[in-house]
Design a protein around this ligand. Structure first.
Ligand SMILES: Cc1ncc(COP(=O)(O)O)c(C=O)c1O
Length: 418
């Protein structure tokens, strides 16, 4: 079957050259569509990680050259991440994962929550931005409200949020983009609304960041989180907390570290090498930017945003091909079946074949995907999807090619179309 992709100026071959994985024979055998579970890391990140482990895996910041170099590399990792996001370094907490960061955040909020207070979470969210808040509400006596997802397509209605909001609302938690539906939520509007009631707004950007590089400051979020193992880097969670909110939170670090940059909500002390390797993400965006736009003295944040916009255009051109082909097949797309207002992340259940069988039949044809509830357990329950089987999810990354999606569409048509 011959397929037409939208024209795109993104140089996907050049992008793939930046990933060691695509040098392996295995990469030729697979069209990889489980990127929402984690992307491949780019070369500068892998190189820095390897360098740290080979040469500087010592206690950092000591008075010897090895330890000093380890500390410098970690500082660079933190400062490059701040530059990439266009935020002050001290507003970033770098933890082992977003789940850990959000859990720590919820515990840090507990001292200012009581029986008179209310927290709102969305039913569309990954459990990482629900469970910790539920536990803290139980402990403090605060009321937890669930902003319900629509049972038909999983989407959220702002009018429902408005009904839940009141002057008692202290925290509103929600996802920028659903990891199941791919729907992009109007977070700026929601944040403004939350703020008008005096609430703090916590945004889970994990599913959005790999497709649209975060523009944290213009969202106005009090907290914005994402996971760098899904943005082509090491396995960490990055959490921005606005300075005035950070001041209100009870520190979760050792008492003598409170004034250290990024320490206040760092309850874990994640892998030093992984922090150092984040600097490679800056190099990666620089390389792609100069390849596409030529030399420029723009900030790293602008470069990352411009490159990400190109990546997004490319991914969406491929995603449209998949969405178009699904119309012919006996499946239920979970969420909207159009390309508008979504990221390139498509979930479905099949009418004739279980999700587990479909994922396994696709694997036999060289398509790497997965069936699961992907920790959006409550959303799947609401949508009437069996949580053991879950959905089959096709999540794109910028390094996917037109051949990948052609292969996927042909495999799906072959399995389900006859
Ligand atoms: C939307 C969303 N939020 C949060 C998380 C949790 O991230 P982490 O694995 O870094 O804890 C995930 C992980 O898949 C996710 O997809």
């Amino acid at each position: 079957m011959e397929l037409e992709a939208d024209p795109s100026v993104f140089d996907v071959d050049f992008a793939r050259e930046q990933f060691p994985f695509f040098e392996l024979d295995a990469s030729k055998e697979w069209a990889f569509f489980d990127n929402a579970g984690g992307t491949f890391p780019c070369r500068p990140v892998v190189d820095r990680l390897t360098h740290f482990y080979r040469s500087n895996r010592v206690q950092p910041y000591g008075d010897n050259p090895l330890a000093a170099a380890a500390g410098e590399q970690m500082d660079e990792g933190r400062s490059v991440m701040a530059e990439l996001l266009g935020v002050p370094t001290e507003t970033l907490t770098i933890g082992p994962s977003t789940t850990q960061n959000l859990n720590t955040l919820s515990i840090a909020c507990a001292p200012f929550l009581g029986k008179a207070d209310e927290i709102i979470v969305s039913e569309q969210d990954h459990e990482a931005n629900i469970g910790g808040w539920e536990r803290v509400a139980r402990q403090t006596g605060a009321t937890l409200h669930i902003w319900p997802a629509n049972a038909k397509d999983g989407e959220l209605d702002l009018a429902d949020l408005e009904e839940l909001l009141s002057k008692r609302t202290r925290i509103v938690c929600m996802t920028h983009c659903s990891n199941i539906l791919g729907t992009i939520n109007p977070v700026q509007k929601i944040i403004r609304l939350g703020h008008s009631y005096g609430a703090r707004v916590v945004i889970d950007g994990v599913s959005c960041a790999p497709h649209s590089w975060p523009d944290i400051l213009s969202t106005g979020a009090d907290v914005y989180c994402f996971s760098t193992y899904k943005t082509y880097a090491t396995h960490l969670g990055v959490m921005y907390v606005a300075s005035d909110f950070l001041e209100e939170l009870t520190p979760q670090c050792h008492f003598f570290n409170v004034e250290k940059t990024g320490a206040r909500l760092d309850a874990a002390g994640p892998d030093h090498a992984s922090i150092a390797a984040l600097a490679g993400l800056g190099e990666f965006f620089q390389t792609l930017h100069s390849h596409h736009f030529g030399a420029s003295d723009k900030t790293l944040y602008r470069k990352a945003s411009e490159v990400s916009a190109l990546m997004n255009q490319h991914e969406m051109s491929l995603c449209k091909i998949l969405l178009g082909s699904l119309r012919q097949l006996p499946i239920r797309v979970i969420g909207r079946s159009s390309a508008a207002g979504r990221e390139a992340n498509v979930s479905l259940v099949c009418l004739a074949v279980s999700s587990a069988s479909l994922a396994s039949l696709l694997a036999k044809k060289g398509i790497a995907t997965k069936n699961a509830h992907f920790y959006a357990y409550r959303l799947l329950k609401k949508l009437g999807v069996d949580t053991d089987e879950g959905v089959v999810r096709f999540s794109f990354a910028h390094y996917n090619t037109k051949d990948d999606v052609t292969h996927l569409v042909n495999a799906l048509t072959n399995i389900l179309g006859e």
